[in-house]
Design a protein around this ligand. Structure first.
Ligand SMILES: NC(=O)c1ccc[n+]([C@@H]2O[C@H](COP(=O)([O-])OP(=O)(O)OC[C@H]3O[C@@H](n4cnc5c(N)ncnc54)[C@H](O)[C@@H]3O)[C@@H](O)[C@H]2O)c1
Length: 246
């Protein structure tokens, strides 16, 4: 039996990396997927591979567009808030603009998505929200990631509140917390560094298993949290970090 048979699942940040891999994993498990990204290229690529896929070019930081998007749906079983960004900087170098930009996407967009989604999920008889966090959060810090770490800590707090407030309505909410994941944006960040070979080695060696996570591994966690197999899991921070924070 497919684990997401006939479930309507919305994925943000679907055009690349973890979101892209999760769209494919959800489809393989029988879901009807709605893929969202602010840029059309990755969505077009996904649509060319999966005929039933619905795609929408939406910037999730646009609260009005998010309201219209979810307001146009008949039902929603699963929401995976994957869109997010990394910003560098410590307390003295993180500008107020960086701080606001990071929170707008990593936190406030999730707030708006969840508000509208929860209302629809309650009408649909319940649902599962999966939010993208990080081990750089309330779990631990990393150098030069002030706004990023604070924003991902906020994702954990927001998710726990949602989990508690809507458990009785059969709406679950969990957070996936990876360390480093092999994605195109991660590869681009490494390539932009002075010594990309040493930078890659440093990322890999931070995880005792000696490598970064693969997008398919994160997608599999998202499938589990989206599915009824995780029916007793809510308010959890699911760490997948190769032992980085041991
Ligand atoms: N890659 C990692 O090492 C890693 C580690 C921990 C957590 N994460 C988190 O996982 C998530 C995905 O990371 P990734 O590396 O796959 O990202 P990515 O940069 O490869 O892809 C992100 C996608 O989100 C889209 N996006 C960005 N802003 C958007 C917006 N405002 N509206 C709609 N779509 C938007 C981009 O166009 C892109 O397609 C992020 O929340 C990130 O913080 C990533």
């Amino acid at each position: 039996m497919q684990r997401l048979h006939n479930k309507t699942c919305l994925v943000t940040g679907a055009g690349a990396g973890i979101g892209y891999a999760t769209v494919e994993a959800f489809i393989a498990e029988g879901a009807n997927v709605i893929a969202i990204d602010r840029t059309p290229v990755g969505l077009a690529d996904l649509a060319s591979r999966h005929s039933g896929l619905k795609t929408h070019v939406v910037d999730v930081t646009d609260a009005g567009a998010v309201k219209a998007l979810i307001g146009g749906l008949d039902r929603l079983d699963v929401l995976f808030n994957c869109a997010g960004m990394v910003t560098t900087g410590d307390l003295l170098t993180c500008t107020p603009e960086d701080w606001t930009r990071t929170f707008d996407l990593n936190v406030t967009a999730i707030f708006h998505m969840c508000r509208h989604a929860v209302a629809l999920m309650i009408k649909s008889g319940g649902g599962s929200i999966v939010n993208m966090g990080s081990v750089i959060s309330s779990i631990g810090a990393a150098p030069d990631r002030l706004a990023y770490g604070a924003s991902k800590a906020a994702v954990i707090g927001l998710s726990k509140s949602i989990a508690l407030d809507y458990a009785a309505e059969n709406v679950r909410c969990n957070v996936i917390c990876p360390s480093a994941v092999e994605t195109p944006s991660m590869a681009a960040r490494i390539e932009a560094m002075d010594d990309p070979v040493a930078a890659r080695r440093a990322f890999e060696s931070r995880q005792p298993i000696g490598r970064m996570a693969f997008t398919g591994e994160i997608a599999e966690m998202a499938v589990y949290l989206a599915s009824d197999l995780s029916g007793c899991v809510t308010g959890s921070t699911m760490i997948m970090d190769g032992g980085a924070k041991l």
